[in-house]
Design a protein around this ligand. Structure first.
Ligand SMILES: Nc1ncnc2c1ncn2[C@@H]1O[C@H](COP(=O)(O)OP(=O)(O)O)[C@@H](O)[C@H]1O
Ligand SMILES: [Mg+2]
Length: 457
């Protein structure tokens, strides 16, 4: 964003509007003013300002409609609401948690201007950070790897060591979705090979009859469909890295051919007579247990010992639960950007469920769960309601009832239970009623009603 911003002011108070216009035009910003809502809506339907200043009390329509039109834009347009209208607290907290701000009128032009300045500056910084971040990952193709657990720190140490060496083969074992491909890329992009190609192939997805020509290429006329000469992955990736995913599913004939490539460092294109030698690092990966595969003779031991000189094991997510929340936060910030949302964190109950779930699909499953929940979420936090049922159900099964609550034989007064829950929620939320309400999955009004009823206010 350049230094001058487009500011749109919607306020029936002409005096206030004029003062603001003077202040901000004087600083080189472009200011547009509307005294009524419909005209402002029209203006907003074909352009997005950098800042919207809005009174909710407008002569024609409710200013709320104007707010809704831009709040869909999320981070793109911060809104400063200055109004004399009394607003319920949960509404105010949506303003305060969003990129904008809220002021109760009467306010002076100076006060409002100060809040506008701050909001503009915040939004400028946020855009800069987002922009730098995407430039950086585009330029280096370097993925971020989230690692909180000791196990993942060890993996990252290995990655750094391997990248710095010129070890020819690396082998990554781990369940599906644990980050094998991510680690393979990290090795490549941290190594001296980073400016050369990284080429990946899924050995399980390519029919065995085609795999050889995919990897080694073929000469013109080598077989019926070989109308032209084609270079294979090994040649295309010369100087770089070839990632052989699902190598455990490679058929035995191809295993033998790959072994020759690894031993002799040369190969021939299908139908070719010339030896070709290339300089590639081969990173292979599988979710299968190759030792077992060797025992039942579906994987060649000699190939196993060739590719497995440097093994990396990626533990399943359920064995490194410390990574769950950092990963979830990471995906939230990614999807906030993708879907223009502004979710700030995960409710305590939802955290608990994410931490307890067994994650058979590992990080890929976690990423999908977060993506889905972000799309559905309308609050500023990720709540249990938007987690997939199977997660919540598993958590309930594990706990024999979500509260671990056992009805005593003599029974209880349900109101006592309710009062106690309200008390605990307030305590847990350190007195913040919005948060406390959320803990009980209540709207703020329903929560307040119960607080009154049980004498907490
Ligand atoms: N430690 C991590 N930090 C951030 N993202 C991760 C991490 N591990 C896995 N992912 C993401 O999870 C998804 C699955 O990872 P992937 O490397 O494809 O797994 P695998 O190859 O083992 O099936 C990808 O979107 C990947 O970017
Ligand atoms: Mg994979």
């Amino acid at each position: 964003m350049e230094n001058h911003a487009n500011i749109l002011i919607v306020d029936a108070d002409q005096t206030l509007g004029r003062s603001l216009e003077q202040i901000f035009s004087g600083q080189g910003h472009v200011v547009e003013r509307f005294v009524a809502g419909k005209a402002a809506l029209d203006a907003l339907s074909n352009r997005t300002p950098d800042l919207l200043v809005l009174d909710l009390q407008l002569p024609d329509i409710d200013g709320w409609h104007v707010f809704e039109q831009v709040s869909d834009l999320g981070d793109v347009c911060p809104v400063v609401v200055a109004t004399g209208r009394e607003l319920p607290e949960h509404t105010i907290s949506t303003f305060l948690n969003g990129p904008g701000d809220y002021l109760r009128k009467p306010v002076s032009a100076e006060e409002l201007a100060a809040v506008m300045q701050r909001t503009l500056e915040n939004s400028r910084l946020r855009k800069e950070v987002a922009c730098l971040r995407s430039q950086k990952s585009e330029r280096y193709g370097q993925p971020s790897i989230i690692a909180r657990s000791r196990e993942m720190h060890q993996v990252l140490d290995m990655v750094a060591k391997i990248a710095g060496s010129d070890a020819a083969t690396v082998f990554i074992q781990g369940e599906s979705g644990t980050g094998k491909e991510l680690v393979a890329r990290a090795i490549h992009y941290q190594s001296a090979r980073a400016s050369q190609p990284f080429m990946a192939i899924n050995c399980a997805a390519v029919p065995p009859s085609l795999l050889e020509s995919e990897l080694m290429g073929h000469e013109k006329g080598a077989f019926t469909d070989a109308k032209n000469l084609k270079k294979g992955l090994f040649e295309l990736a010369d100087g770089g890295t070839v990632f052989l995913d699902e190598i455990g599913d490679m058929d035995p004939a191809m295993q033998a051919k790959l072994l020759r490539v690894l031993e002799e460092r040369t190969f021939r294109r299908v139908g070719g007579t010339r030896d070709i030698s290339v300089d590639v690092r081969i990173v292979s990966a599988t979710n299968r247990n190759l030792r077992k595969a060797m025992e039942d003779k579906s994987f060649r031991p000699d190939l196993y010992y060739r590719i497995g000189v440097i093994p990396i094991h990626l533990p399943p997510l359920r064995e490194r639960r410390e990574d769950i929340l950092p990963l979830a936060e990471f995906f939230i910030s990614q999807f906030n950007r993708d879907f223009n949302k502004n979710i700030r964190g995960i409710s305590r109950m939802a955290q608990k469920i994410l931490l307890e779930y067994s994650w058979p699909g590992n990080i890929r499953e976690l990423r999908n769960v977060i993506e889905r929940s972000i799309i559905l979420e309308c609050e500023d936090q990720l709540l249990v309601e938007n987690l997939p049922r199977e997660l919540v159900a598993q958590s309930v099964d594990d706990n024999i009832g979500p509260l671990n609550f056992q009805l005593p034989p003599e029974g209880v007064n349900i109101e006592d239970v309710e009062r106690e829950l309200i008390r605990q929620a307030l305590e847990m939320a350190s007195g913040n009623q919005t948060h406390a309400a959320r803990l009980l999955h209540l709207g703020i009004d329903a929560f307040r009603y119960r607080m009154k009823k049980f004498g907490f206010v």
